[in-house]
Write a protein that binds this ligand. Structure first.
Ligand SMILES: Cc1cc2nc3c(=O)[nH]c(=O)nc-3n(C[C@H](O)[C@H](O)[C@H](O)COP(=O)(O)O)c2cc1C
Length: 196
């Protein structure tokens, strides 16, 4: 069977983002675990804040279709997002809200048909002691309830992320590294089972 294709989506796009660093580490580990990993830059989708008037005037922006195509090409998804005041970031939520507005049409399914039954796993990072754990249940609920994605039970919140990476971008703490590998393996197993 071809390698499991994982789309890695960081919920932050800023220079020096700890979540981008964790996403990059996870993508490298996914390759090492025989998966094929692609990291998606949500900022590059250039999506405006969702606005029904904008949608009415101009339709769903191209960036949402780009997100849909990237998801269509993936067997599984890994979301790696910080939290702002205990919630997932607007960058992440806004992109998925736009995705949910894609209607079925010539050559494409609805945004929600794309996500339905697609496996997803969650990572999070924060310089704080909680590692963005508070937002993870919201992300889980959002993807499961609204997008009908299958969220694997395994997840990991990286606390003190500003001290967590070595010079090569790997995780200094062996147990943290093993936990990330465990999340990836759970995603790989579920995605593989669903492909069969
Ligand atoms: C508006 C705002 C709210 C934040 N709220 C939280 C929070 O609730 N919990 C937390 O651990 N960190 C919080 N932070 C700190 C972020 O974790 C920190 O800025 C982190 O570096 C952002 O992730 P990034 O490095 O991937 O961009 C907040 C930051 C901002 C800008």
């Amino acid at each position: 069977m071809n390698p499991t294709r994982i789309l890695v989506i960081p919920g932050s796009a800023r220079q020096g983002s700890w979540n981008v660093a964790l996403a990059a580490h996870a993508a490298r580990r996914a390759q090492a675990l025989s998966m094929q990993a692609t990291v998606l830059d949500l900022r590059a989708l250039a999506l405006p804040i969702y606005d029904g008037d904008l949608e009415k005037a101009d339709g769903v922006p191209q960036g949402a279709y780009e997100l849909q195509r990237a998801l269509e090409a993936a067997d599984g998804v890994l979301v790696v997002t910080p939290e702002y005041n205990g919630f997932p970031t607007p960058l992440f939520i806004n992109a998925f809200d736009w995705l949910s507005r894609i209607q079925p049409g010539a050559g494409q399914r609805s945004g929600l048909a794309t996500t339905a039954n697609k496996p997803v796993a969650l990572l999070a990072a924060s310089p704080g002691a909680g590692g963005a754990l508070r937002s993870m249940n919201y992300v889980r609920q959002y993807l499961q309830m609204a997008f009908q994605m299958i969220v694997v039970p395994q997840q990991f919140a990286l606390a003190r992320a500003n001290e967590a990476f070595d010079e090569q971008g790997g995780l200094k703490d062996e147990r943290a590294g093993q936990t990330v590998d465990g999340v990836l393996t759970a995603l790989q197993t579920l995605a593989g089972a669903l492909r069969r």
